[in-house]
Design a protein around this ligand. Sequence first.
Ligand SMILES: Nc1ncnc2c1ncn2[C@@H]1O[C@H](COP(=O)(O)OP(=O)(O)O)[C@@H](O)[C@H]1O
Ligand SMILES: [Mg+2]
Length: 412
Amino acid sequence: MARWVRAGVQVCLVDKCSAPHEVIESKLRLVLAQIPIIQDGQFRAFQSDAMLAGCIERVDLERATSCHATNVYGWNALFRIYLFSMQKAERFGMLSNRNTVLQCKGEEHAFEGCALPSAAARGLWEQLFFDHDAKQRLIEYTASAMLFVKHDVDPMVINWNRMVLLYGPPGTGKTSFVKAAAQKLSVRMRADYPRSYLLEVNAHSLFSKWFSESGKLVARMFGHILDVADDPDCLVFVLIDEVESLTSIRRAGGNEPSDALRVVNAMLTQLDNLKAYPNVLVLCTSNLTGALDDAFLDRADLKQYIGPPTRRTRYMILRSCVLELARTQILACTPDAFDATPTDTSPDPTKQLWALSELCDGMSGRRLRKVPLLAHAASEHPHSMMVPWSAFFESLLRILKEDQSDKSTADL
Ligand SMILES: Nc1ncnc2c1ncn2[C@@H]1O[C@H](COP(=O)(O)OP(=O)(O)O)[C@@H](O)[C@H]1O
Ligand SMILES: [Mg+2]
């Protein structure tokens, strides 16, 4: 029996799109209803309609997590469509040696902000792969937190801080995950919050050369954050990246200058003040995998460990690299040549890529995204287009083996 399945459709419109949104939406629904199998990820079939192709830059599909069915057809899905345009590349920041909010000029910043959705994070969400349902957990946590806010759930009864902590080894995608999630949520929650900002706090720079000024800097920085958050129509994501630079100072305790401790405590107090703003979500990352500071742990509602990628995730990352090289015709293979669910008995080239992903055990996501370029450069066809996938894979194999042996000598 056919089951109704819910799916989210994020539609990024081109800058100069003048067509009414209702027309775009109803035309898109007609195309979506004909999809033979709904798959998560970028959806390109709308391009066959000239009007849609002229108005839409990109469409991303996502099935609801409750849907475990493998084959879901367009005609038995309930699509929730989110139309949006990218915001101008407006960035602003507070230079750590000045008082004022200024345009970025490449100097070290204590705090930097940008309007969402931003072109810089386009497609980032779809290119991140994790072994568990980390993405869905974060989205569902936020949806519940925002629902609680909307319906005035008493925080004295149910305690929540709207604070998330992602922790794990470096290069596993934590910072990118936060940026991608903020982008995604800004689109989803547009009906409640027409404007969204991502404000990045650079924890390192708070302890830079203007050290004695740091306490004041924290206060000023949060002053700016609250200025943005004062607008109730604005959803504010505060990213505190590599929060361990703050927590390590706390742990060092008496041995550190007391000024440092004061700065960290000022920061924690300011974070507590943010609780009064229902439109603010604080997203922290930490590269520490061991004991984390209780001060941050206690405040975080959701603590998510992001570990090194498993074989399946490594396959998905390498596959996305290979598909990009196929799309740009640097590699000669068709995009559907690589199965999303590989096994040892899959046909080539899936099987070979699956074998390669076994070999790069212990590699971070960041490193995995670097090896394809090295493999192309080291292949027999370094300056060529349409490199045969078999030649590319041979080169990739060499690079991965070198990488592994470098690692084992480094481990000695
Ligand atoms: N799980 C992953 N899936 C896909 N790409 C990844 C993953 N982890 C890391 N990467 C790649 O490495 C880059 C750097 O990751 P980053 O977010 O800076 O990691 P972290 O903050 O954990 O150090 C990302 O932009 C992405 O290209
Ligand atoms: Mg990071």
